[in-house]
Ligand binder design. Sequence first.
Ligand code: FAD
Length: 396
Amino acid sequence: MAESGRSLAALFPTRIHGLTRLNELAEVIGDYATSRNYADGWTTTRLSPYIRRRMILEEEVLAFARTVGGLRRVEKFAQEVVWRTYWKGWLEARPSVWKAYLTQLRTLDETLPGSDQDRLVCAISGKTDLPYFNAWCDELTSTGYLHNHVRMWFASVWIFTLKLPWAMGARFFLDHLLDGDPASNTISWRWVAGLQTPGKHYLARADNIAKYTNGRWVPKPGELDESAHSLRDDGFARIAAVKPTLGPDAGQVQPRAVILHDEDCGPLPDAWSAIPTVRYVVNERPQHRPCNLVEEWIIGACADADTRVGNVTLARSAEQVTDWCRENRVVEVWAFRPLTGFVAEAFAALAAELATTGIKLRYADRGHDITFFPMATKGFFPFWESASVTLRRCWI
Ligand SMILES: Cc1cc2nc3c(=O)[nH]c(=O)nc-3n(C[C@H](O)[C@H](O)[C@H](O)COP(=O)(O)OP(=O)(O)OC[C@H]3O[C@@H](n4cnc5c(N)ncnc54)[C@H](O)[C@@H]3O)c2cc1C
């Protein structure tokens, strides 16, 4: 197990820090296929907080993986990197799944019975009868990170042993994970529950936890519900995909003015620099309350992006963005397309507001999304069949 002593406390929300870490991860990526399932030590990259906000780009991560080995050697790692892309593309084609999750939370907040509320409070404060679950809860709230296998166990215990609503668990994650992402998080919870691939759910087993924590946690016999049925199919896994609008490629656009947002804190194409730039700070996150660690991560990531750009005006409402556009005599303004989630909702309202004053809001996409999203029409394996052909070409 490589570099198990490294501390997460070293996380710092800047692009340069993300890139520096990436360059130190050759050993982790090289060993990934055999060690990644062990939730004990440094077995995965922990780059997700950077990738999530595009502080480092998927293509940069994949380019580094190419220096580690051939696609066959690092295939498992490359597959996980584009798994995130797959979930983003999948949700982009089915935004109603995100809306339904928010609606479900609203309903649950109003109707959750008292006894469930007591269990919920115990779960989110790490005071259940399950010491490993409590430890994971503490790790999540104190570091903003959990290993993928722990996320799977946590979600499974939440749904099938503690019998709590999956959407409330998904919210708990989204409020506390530094990499909290509407697509990866919502769909992963749905997958554990058996809603994403109806009938197939993920049950945490005591022997699996004992093995992959190297014996650190050994649940007692009968403590976990290892024979629960999956949740009742809600039909969303089969809804027809709408073809998402994509493009133009941001690198091909020459904007006169730009609006930045926290979904994309990545490097700007050359033509996007040295022009009037405003940052729309979106704080509305209905039914959610990000914890301080997450708030600070987002603020830090945005501040880092703004420092790289130079002169960025901050706007805290759609009206302030509109006023800025008027003051700068802007008739057309460009932004990276905010993908399904809170920022996309705020930008839809902003577009309407700008339109009333004759200002056009236009979106551009990252080349990576333009290439891979159209492949995310069905399940992951058909997606991977197409995606791996494209990746193989890059590896040559
Ligand atoms: C219940 C549940 C909730 C999750 N919520 C989120 C979330 O909110 N945000 C998030 O980014 N990921 C989420 N994941 C996916 C995965 O757990 C994390 O991406 C991964 O643990 C991040 O750690 P890492 O950077 O060390 O990943 P590595 O294993 O080093 O992988 C490299 C990169 O690939 C991507 N990746 C890896 N595994 C997955 C996966 N299973 N699904 C999608 N992308 C993946 C991530 O961008 C990650 O940084 C969730 C998984 C589960 C089971």
